[in-house]
Each structure stands twice: as structure tokens, then as C-alpha cells.
Ligand binder design. Structure first.
Ligand code: UD1
Length: 366
């Protein structure tokens, strides 16, 4: 049996790693890794392969950046001949990025079976490009691997037959569980252990810091919205040092709009292990990412999400996540609750236990 894995962007890499590893237990399965090249900077891609122990891709489609239509079309055009020639029995796609929906659509038209890892998540906000990708990918997939009960419920409501749905838990948490001990040991010493500490990680040894990430188009592509968020972060910085590894898109917009980041510690995007270590020791994480809402819930670290909605509601109901939207006053109030230690402590959702990859592999091999 031949299984393809399609990855393209930073949040895919921590999800594919445990599935690749778990499928090695089935010698009759031949695995082929395809990187679309949606993310191409070394610090958005290569360093994740290195730290997560992912083998070099068998195929790199090198599509690069573009508008949504152009990027999606380019992935489809370059991927189609690869699958036509290799004839995989199953193509696994991950998460909700443009690479996910593009590969699923190519396969569905060719009659090739598709499995979607991280199926069923919904923000119910179609202004998010990822929500469109999630809805379409789940309609096209033959096997839908969900991280939590809300995912199953969403899929059933959309008419997906129950026999296609497999609740396996959270594959991204598998990578976290595996690498957290290493992150905690080695952050002080850089990566690999013994090399000089990475610039910007000096806060590791400090008592208190807030870790920030920001990249959603709705937050960073509009100058007024980004200006208001940066002003809120400067206010946060008066209470607790703000450490801000910035996505390339965000850094570009800050410069395009001529905005001030003064005392904020703006860093380049961090490698997986370095960032994980910083998350685990942060007093608070402030983010608009999807995956980071889940990682902080697992770690029990308070998370303030700069969005009006989330496709990961379990991080709010069970976890440490609070949605603050773009309301500076709500951010201020929630931050002061956290800094005074009175925040909710949260619990880890069922099946977020480090074994989702094995459960996916068992379904694939059956
Ligand atoms: C993508 C995903 C998003 C995910 C995010 C994580 C989609 C629709 N969005 O958003 O779900 O949370 O990745 O990072 O698939 N760029 C670089 N170097 C890179 C990659 C991107 O400079 O290696 C810059 C380019 O200017 C590019 C912009 O970032 O135009 C946006 O990249 P893109 O892949 O289109 O979307 P992301 O915003 O990264």
C-alpha cells in the first residue's frame, strides 16, 4: 500500500511527524512525503523538519507565495502529475492551509482516497480562509480524523456518514509530548545542546514574560487593526516583558504601515523546540494562532486569543484559553487576572495523550 503525506506550511509539520513515525510500524506501507513549498523560508520550514525528525521530502513542489487562488491553483497544477504517475492508495492531508484543500481537491477528482488529519474543526466564520479550506476538505475526504468530540458533531451536522469519522485525538500534541522534555532541557543551551543560545531567548531565564504571536490576515493586513493591537501590546509590556517572534507576513506589515514596536522584543520566527520551551515557561501567551490555543491548553499556560471566535472551542470549555477579540479593555482585565494568579487552570482534553499518530496509523493500515 502506498500512502502520500502532503504538507506545505509551518503548522502541518508537527502534525505529520507522529503519523510518519507511527506508520513505520507497518512494513507493507510505503510512505511518500510531498512538500508543496507554501512555506519556504528556512526558519518557517527546514528547521522544523530537522527538529521534528521528519525525513527530507521525496517531492518538493516549490510553489511559494501568491494570492489564495494563485497559490492553490499552483499546488493543484504541480501536484496532479505527481499523483497520476505514482498512483497512491491514500493521500493524507493535514490541518486547514491552502496546501490541504488543494491536494484534497486534486485527489477527489482522480478518485484517489483522501484522509484528513484534524477534521471537523469549525469557527463558523467564513471570512477566514482556513474555514473555507476546512469545510471543503472535509466534504472531499474519505476518512476524517478528528481531535475532539465537537469535530465529530460538526461533521455529522454537515451530513458526513459516521463510518467515515474516526476520533483519534490531537496529532499536534503527539509532537509536543515527545519534544517537551527536550525543549525544557535545551532551551538554555540552544539547539543542538551545547551550541550558543539563540538570540532572543535570553528571556528563558527570566521570571516573567508574555509570549506573543500574530499573523491572521484580519489582525495584520489592516493598518488600524494592527496599530491598535501593537498599542495594546505596548501596554502589556508595562506589566510584563513582551517577547514576540513575528511571522514574516506580520513583520512585513509592521514595516509597510510604519508602525512602532519600541520596547517589544521582536524576534524572527522561532524553531519548534525553542518556541515550545518558551511557551511552557510563559506567564501568558497572547496569540491569534489556532495550534497555539491547543498547545497552551495542554501545557496549562493561560492563553489570550486575539480573535472573536475559535474553531477549537474545547480550549475554552476545558482548557486555559480565553477569547478577547480585539477589545483592549478585555485584554487588560484578563491579563491582570492572570498576573494575579486567579485565572482558570483548565484540564487536558480526552485523547490529547501523545498517541494520536498511532491511532491514525491503525485506521490507515486496517
Ligand atoms: C498560513 C496558513 C495559516 C497558518 C499559517 C502558519 C493558509 C491559508 N494559511 O498562513 O492557516 O496558520 O500559515 O504560519 O494556508 N512568507 C514568507 N516566508 C515563508 C512563508 C510565507 O515570507 O516561508 C510570507 C509571504 O510574504 C507570504 C505571506 O508570508 O505572502 C503569507 O504566507 P501564506 O503561506 O500565504 O500564508 P500564512 O499567512 O503563512
Amino acid at each position: 500500500m502506498k500512502v502520500f503525506h502532503i504538507v506545505g506550511a509551518r503548522p502541518n509539520f508537527m502534525k505529520v511527524a507522529p503519523v510518519l513515525q507511527a506508520l513505520k510500524a507497518y512494513p507493507s506501507i510505503q510512505q511518500v512525503l510531498v512538500h508543496t513549498g507554501q512555506h519556504y523560508d528556512a526558519n518557517m520550514s527546514d528547521v522544523f523538519f530537522e527538529q521534528l525528525g521528519i525525513p527530507a521530502p521525496d517531492v518538493n513542489l516549490a510553489v511559494g507565495s501568491g494570492t489564495h487562488a494563485r497559490q492553490t491553483a499552483e499546488i493543484m497544477t504541480r501536484f496532479e502529475p505527481v499523483v497520476v504517475e505514482a498512483k497512491p492508495d491514500l493521500v493524507l492531508v493535514y490541518g486547514d492551509v491552502n496546501s490541504t484543500v488543494a491536494a484534497a481537491l486534486v485527489c477527489a477528482k482522480l478518485g484517489i482516497r483522501v484522509g484528513h488529519v484534524e477534521a471537523g474543526l469549525r469557527s463558523f466564520d467564513r471570512s477566514m480562509p482556513e474555514e473555507i479550506n476546512r469545510l471543503l476538505t472535509d466534504q472531499l475526504a474519505d476518512a476524517l480524523f478528528t481531535p475532539s468530540e465537537d469535530g465529530d458533531a460538526n461533521l455529522l451536522k454537515e451530513g458526513i456518514p459516521p463510518h467515515k469519522i474516526f476520533r483519534v485525538g490531537n496529532a499536534m500534541i503527539d509532537s509536543l509530548v515527545r519534544l517537551l522534555p527536550i525543549a525544557e532541557r535545551h532551551n538554555r543551551n540552544g539547539w543542538p545542546a551545547g551550541s550558543p543560545a539563540r538570540p532572543g531567548l535570553e528571556c528563558w531565564g527570566e521570571e516573567r514574560y508574555a509570549l506573543v504571536t500574530l499573523h491572521r490576515p484580519s489582525n495584520v493586513d489592516d493598518s488600524a487593526a494592527l496599530k491598535s493591537i501593537l498599542e495594546s501590546l505596548l501596554a502589556v509590556n508595562r506589566d510584563v516583558a513582551v517577547v514576540f517572534p513575528a511571522h514574516p507576513r506580520t513583520r512585513q506589515r509592521i514595516s509597510d504601515f510604519g508602525l512602532k514596536t519600541d520596547q517589544l522584543r521582536l524576534l524572527d520566527p522561532l524553531p519548534y523546540v525553542d518556541f515550545l520551551g518558551l511557551q511552557s515557561r510563559a506567564q501568558v501567551v497572547i496569540t491569534d494562532s489556532g495550534g497555539i490555543q491547543e498547545e497552551t491548553t495542554y501545557l496549562g499556560v493561560p492563553c489570550l486569543t486575539l480573535r472573536e471566535n475559535t474553531e477549537r472551542p474545547i480550549t475554552v470549555t476545558l482548557g486555559t484559553n480565553v477569547l478577547v477579540g480585539r477589545d483592549p479593555e478585555k485584554l487588560r482585565v484578563e491579563l491582570s487576572t492572570i498576573l494575579s494568579g486567579k485565572h482558570k487552570k483548565g484540564t487536558i482534553p480526552p485523547l490529547w495523550d501523545g498517541h494520536a499518530g498511532e491511532r491514525i496509523a491503525a485506521v490507515v493500515a486496517a
